[in-house]
Design a protein around this ligand. Structure first.
Ligand code: PLP
Length: 450
């Protein structure tokens, strides 16, 4: 990339004058001005290149500027750039067909949204109308989106400033052996105790008041905790026993990230509703949606579904999805994610953990990995406290700055760094990223207690 510092300065100045950024104190941020991107890399106006181990916000599953997807968007723009949702439109029909082909079980009807939060809003509304019940159960360590219902369902601290306290949400603990809420010592104990805790919660809330249980199949931003064998099957059984709708949120885990089309495919579990976004078209044009079971679709066969969006199934977004899904199949992108996870990222991250005392645990699958950074491996005291503010976050900030200095754009959340590159990252790129991570972890090591 050629340096254009003056152009970069203009982009930055207009941003600072007029763009109001999400989740941020506006005067305390310093957004990098981005000049371009391709594949697994992006670069700034000084010509500095970064390997994107964050996939944007974990959505560029096929990397940046895939030529076939860019061409499909251009072609659709020339043919029919937009159209209202009540019509049958080629790109929308084809996107729905291709998505339904991949979703598990009988999830064969697709309601399109503009992103993940709207998918969660609509999934929970469908569940409430289908069951006639008011409450939804969600997990503490979770993120489900930034809109009203989705942020209330969210378990992580992003909820606190917007918590309405009355959204019909009940939160419970899902399994996480490394920081077990149940003081368990084995996966099996964790699974049994988590299921008992959920069964107790259902019993004391009153099963007839519960419309849905929503879980990220593998929680994403909250820490990439793969549920122990049998957990999702157990939740499915509890839902079946009590007529509760089971919603799996695959906004982050879906479309190849875990090395399967959906994270649910690692188990035999079929939810009643599945929410998706991000990887469905790698975020080239905003798109999300809900995949709906036959039984829930039937509820709205002769009774109108009371929800909609002006841009539901937008032709540009759907054309991008069609092209993305075809590219993923043609280029074996899902298989590539599985292979890179097994042969490069998994072994490489475990090797880093052996050498760096700041790494407390490595967990993940495919291109969906978390490193739990700790002050002390024995006590598992996190490198920074839960929901760190200001100076308390300094060790993680130092780690992030070191990664960037070595040309790696990391994903960090609280005391964790996630390794979530594009699904089609090459072996050489993955190794380059691991080498940069090695350097950055040495900085994290300086903040450990021993
Ligand atoms: N659900 C999960 C699991 C997510 O990871 C996210 C976003 O990161 C969302 C929902 C919200 O999606 P969006 O930001 O597209 O509204």
């Amino acid at each position: 990339p050629q340096p254009h510092p003056q152009a970069g300065a203009a982009v930055k100045a207009a941003d600072r004058a007029h763009v109001f950024h999400s989740w941020s104190a506006q005067e305390l941020i310093d957004p990098l001005a981005v000049a371009g991107a391709e594949g697994s890399y992006f670069w700034d106006y000084d010509g500095k290149r970064y390997l994107d181990f964050a996939s944007g916000l974990v959505f560029t599953n096929i990397g940046y500027q895939h030529p076939k997807v860019v061409a499909a968007i251009q072609e659709q723009a020339g043919k029919l750039a937009t159209f209202a949702p009540a019509f049958a439109v080629e790109a929308r029909s084809e996107a729905a067909r291709l998505i339904a082909r991949r979703t598990p079980g009988d999830l064969d009807k697709i309601f399109f949204t503009n992103g993940g939060a709207e998918a969660v809003e609509n999934a929970t509304r469908m569940a409430r109308l289908h069951t006639g019940r008011p409450k939804v159960l969600s997990a503490y360590r979770s993120y489900h989106g930034g809109t009203a219902a989705a942020i209330n369902l969210t378990g992580d601290p992003r909820r606190w400033p917007s918590d309405s306290g009355t959204a019909g949400v009940v939160r419970f603990w899902a399994p996480f052996l490394y920081r077990s809420p149940f003081h368990a010592e084995t996966e099996r104990q964790e699974c049994e105790r988590a299921l008992q805790h959920l069964a107790d919660t259902i019993e004391f809330e009153g099963p007839a008041t519960i419309a849905a249980i929503i879980l990220e199949t593998i929680p994403g931003t909250a820490g990439i905790m793969i549920p122990p064998p049998g957990y999702l099957e157990g939740v499915r059984a509890l839902c079946d026993a009590h007529g509760i709708v089971f919603v799996l949120d695959e906004v982050m885990a879906g479309f190849g990230r875990t090395g399967k089309w959906f994270a649910a495919d690692h188990t035999g579990v079929v939810p009643d509703l599945l929410t998706f976004a991000k990887g469905v078209n790698s975020g080239y044009v905003p798109l999300g949606g809900v995949a709906i079971s036959g039984a829930i679709a039937d509820t709205f066969a002769r009774r109108p579904y009371p929800g909609g969006l002006t841009y539901s199934g937008h032709p540009l977004a759907c054309a991008a999805a069609v092209a993305t899904l075809n590219v993923m199949e043609e280029e074996g992108v899902v298989e590539q994610a599985a292979r890179i996870g097994e042969s490069v990222l998994g072994p490489g991250l475990h090797e880093l953990a052996r050498r760096h005392p700041s790494v407390g645990e490595v967990r993940g699958t495919g291109v969906f990995w978390a490193l739990e950074l700790v002050r002390d491996r024995e006590t598992r005291e996190p490198l920074v406290p839960y929901n760190p503010q200001g100076e308390a976050n300094a060790p993680m900030a130092a780690f992030g700055a070191a990664a960037k200095a070595h040309g790696l754009w990391p994903f960090t959340n609280m005391n964790r760094t996630h390794v979530v590159p594009p699904c089609n990252i090459t072996e050489a790129e993955a190794k380059e990223g691991l080498a940069a991570l090695d350097e950055a972890l040495s900085v994290a090591d300086e903040h450990t207690a021993r």
